[in-house]
Design a protein around this ligand. Structure first.
Ligand SMILES: Cc1ncc(COP(=O)(O)O)c(C=O)c1O
Length: 398
């Protein structure tokens, strides 16, 4: 009999851990879990090593060590956003993951509702369960014509309006979006902002991929910068994706004082503070970003194109990805019953691991035809995957 609490029982184990284990078992090229297979920048590592040797070994400030809060404020402003106060507006968390949980637990009461776009990053829904809040889902539909130059996943305005009720406390936005690679447009964000203001809802926006966008015509926009939105937005981000340091788990929440107070109310009892030396390393990375993110964008955009071509040659329909580590593809032409069957075959028999995305939908049938591929890898790794994917055409087509 399971000893897992009722709260967590519906969620089962992590699909990322499961697919990575399957990938390791079969010696597959692991394009399932979203982590780079190369190292982060020297500035970050040197900063952390220096902090360890300098004796930064004790608990840090609950809201973040001062040099990191200052570096986050400078980075925020460097990206053209209005000035913020490092201590009043920034809370350092153990990765964006903890920021998501702290924001939702700190803000929502039992019975409150949370609007979530699907496919979703699973933490939004599990955090809602921890808060005894109810998620209301708005589907991002695949583009009808994936070959059109501006094709992107999109939502229906009427479906968003229908998901908002008098109990709506918050709307979760994730832009750039995992797993679709969508960048929310100014028009889409303006609609969300207008509805949030009309219904007095808070926006929790997860922007961990803010620096990984590949189309100049689709720049990342922080919804907090839209008129009237600073007051009602919690912006979450982290070090992991921008600097290929996903294992460091250093993140942050940026919000005006009343919303920062809600985040901090939960954060102080979740972890209290992130690892002190890594916070110093994070500060060093943010102070000296160099061309690291620009180089990543060049690498990842090329990887995305190579993978897209290989998957198309293998008979999949690939939806354009404009950002993030990921792309989504439709495998239905290859004749597998669902996403799990396809991804298991791909991992075990072709040697390329991908994620079955039905777990990212409230109704898993919505993800049955899809597979998510991570392209945040060395060029060699992508070349190897491309090579192996050529076998998929031959085996499946016969
Ligand atoms: C959309 C999104 N948010 C948050 C996270 C987690 O961020 P962190 O590693 O900083 O906790 C991820 C990681 O995959 C993600 O894709």
């Amino acid at each position: 009999m399971s000893l897992v609490s009722h709260r967590f029982r519906p969620f089962g184990g992590s699909i990322f851990a499961e697919m990575t284990a399957l990938s390791n078992k079969h010696g597959a090229v692991n394009l399932s879990q979203g982590f780079p297979d190369f190292d982060g920048p020297a500035a970050a590592k040197d900063g952390a090593i220096h902090a360890i040797n300098a004796g930064h070994a004790q608990y840090g400030r609950m809201i973040g060590v001062p040099p990191l809060n200052q570096a986050i404020a400078v980075a925020w402003e460097r990206d053209g956003r209005p000035a913020i106060d490092p201590d009043a507006h920034i809370t350092v968390t153990s990765g964006c993951s903890e920021g998501i949980v702290a924001a939702i637990l700190g803000l929502l009461n039992p019975g409150d509702e949370l609007v979530v776009f699907e496919p979703f990053f699973d933490f939004y829904v599990t955090a809602a369960a921890m808060a005894a809040a109810t998620p209301r889902f708005v589907t991002l539909h695949p583009p009808r014509n994936p070959a059109a130059p501006d094709a992107a996943f999109s939502f229906d305005e009427s479906e968003l309006r229908a998901a908002i009720t008098p109990r709506t406390r918050a709307i979760v936005v994730n832009t750039p979006h995992n797993p679709t690679g969508k960048v929310f447009t100014r028009d889409e964000l303006t609609l969300i902002a207008t509805l949030a203001q009309q219904h007095n809802a808070i926006v929790i926006t997860d922007e961990v991929y803010e620096h990984l966008t590949y189309e100049p015509r689709l720049p990342h926009i922080s919804i907090a910068t839209l008129p009237g939105m600073w007051e009602r937005t919690i912006t979450l981000s982290s070090l992991g994706k921008t600097f290929s340091l996903t294992g460091w788990k250093v993140g942050w929440a940026i919000a005006p004082e009343p919303l920062s107070a809600a985040v901090r109310a939960a954060h102080q009892f979740l972890t209290f503070c992130a690892a002190t030396p890594l916070q110093h390393g994070a500060a060093a990375a943010l102070r000296n970003p160099g061309s690291y993110a620009a180089d990543l964008r060049t690498l990842f955009a090329a990887n995305r194109d190579l993978l897209t071509d290989a998957l198309r040659r293998a008979g999949l329909t690939v939806f354009p990805s404009h950002a993030t580590y990921f792309l989504m593809a439709d495998h239905s032409a290859l004749g597998f019953p669902d996403d799990r069957a396809f991804c298991t075959h791909l991992t075990a028999n072709i040697g390329v691991a991908a994620i079955p995305p039905s777990v990212f939908y409230a109704d898993p049938t919505h993800g049955r035809a899809l597979a998510r591929f991570a392209f945040c890898k060395k060029r060699d790794t992508i070349d190897q995957a491309v090579q192996r994917l050529s076998n998929l055409t031959r085996r499946s087509a016969t």
